[in-house]
Design a protein around this ligand. Structure first.
Ligand code: M6R
Length: 364
């Protein structure tokens, strides 16, 4: 049942305010600013290191979480794609938490990576959408993301729910390790609780996003740029676009632009810049100006302040509500997903069943 939507992907994008609220409620009990995990003695102050492993979109959720765990909990973090991790024989100590993120819980490479860590890591934790899955069953602790069944091959609501649960896990780590005080924890909890309202405001921008997507649908290649927490999201935006519209897309850290990809920029190259007005905004804007100086066509995704500061010369803008920096990557997922969705619709591709892809990759 597509609930009145043309595609499952559209339905799943629209469901995000509700499912993200559900994910947040299940780990952040009403009336408290402390994250509570079900039945576990997990204590991040007893751990030296976090190793996160996943594939595809779940991998980009892990890359985002690296910023949170480092900044909020001052914890060393490694992130790897499962197909590389499993054959590399990485050293895993008994003070390492091994964390696996998977929507399906059945991804063959992620499961193999988990098995590699058995008997080596202090604990094996998974963040999954399917609680009965193999990855959940083989973990010491499985944390459900409460996204509900996801049918579209392009992962959307599972991604934002994964991000929400990972942010809450980073806040738990920060509380355990004493790296954030009560005020800071309360501040982050309030930002999380305000997120569903912001996601609704982002969804309200669908028409503006559809217009930008119309323009993207004519392109042969598209670049996505972001810095800091927006960098993994640039990778995710590019993956979403290539999966369902078959347009070649790459995500780059904006600071990497001048180390190669700027050579590609000409008047045929749309560049999506994800840039809330945060601490690294000015840096990203200067990279964006380098793109425009070479006639690249910029789609700027930012908030009111950012658009007011930087809109001169851009091709189009997509306006997001102002957000606390830590939840911004969850919020900016919506325009990334809707851009891909409407580009695919404009091109007439099979949005829910893109060619060559399976929802669950249970073979290597
Ligand atoms: O079920 P999983 O989360 O383990 O799946 C991982 C990837 O196969 C998946 O995220 C894939 O990249 C999606 N098609 C992305 O939209």
């Amino acid at each position: 049942d597509k609930g009145g939507h043309k595609h499952f992907m559209a339905k799943e994008i629209a469901e995000q305010p509700v499912v993200v609220a559900e994910a947040i409620r299940s780990y952040l009990p009403t009336g408290s600013d402390r994250v509570v995990l079900p039945d576990t003695d997990l204590d991040f102050s007893k751990l030296d290191r976090l190793t996160m492993v996943a594939c595809g979109t779940a991998f980009y959720a892990c890359l985002t979480a690296k910023y949170w765990f480092e900044q909020l909990a001052r914890m060393p973090v490694e992130v790897d794609i499962a197909s590389e991790f499993r054959y590399r024989e990485p050293p895993i100590t008994d003070r390492t938490l091994a964390l696996f993120v998977s929507q399906s819980g059945e991804t063959a490479d992620t499961l193999a990576a988990l098995r590699y860590c058995e008997g080596k890591a202090d604990k094996i934790v998974s963040v999954v959408n399917v609680p009965e899955s193999s990855i959940a069953r083989e973990s010491d602790l499985a944390l459900p993301i409460h996204a509900g069944v996801e049918i579209g091959v392009a992962s959307t609501k599972a991604f934002t729910c994964q991000l929400s649960v990972l942010l809450m896990l980073a806040l738990k780590a920060a509380a355990d390790r004493g790296t954030l005080d009560d005020d800071a924890l309360a501040d982050h909890a309030a930002a999380l609780r305000g997120l569903p309202t912001l996601l609704n405001a982002a969804l309200d921008q669908e028409e503006a996003i559809r217009k930008s997507a119309q323009r993207l649908s004519e392109a042969r290649d598209v670049l996505f740029l972001g810095r800091g927490l927006m960098y993994p999201l640039a990778l995710e935006g590019a993956l979403k676009l290539k999966e369902i519209s078959y347009i070649h897309a790459e995500g780059y850290a904006s600071g990497e632009l001048k180390h190669g990809p700027i050579a590609l920029i000409d008047k045929h190259m749309p560049v999506v810049v994800m840039a809330p007005r945060d601490a690294v905004f000015d840096k990203t804007v200067s990279n964006m100006q380098e793109v425009m100086a070479r006639k690249g066509k910029v789609i700027l995704v930012s908030d009111d302040d950012g658009i007011a500061d930087a809109k001169d010369g851009v091709w189009s803008t997509i306006r997001m509500p102002h957000a606390h920096a830590s939840v911004a990557p969850i919020l900016y997922s919506v325009p990334a997903q809707l851009l891909a969705y409407h580009t695919a619709v404009a091109k007439g591709t099979d949005v829910d069943q893109p060619r060559n892809l399976a929802k669950s990759v249970t073979v290597e």
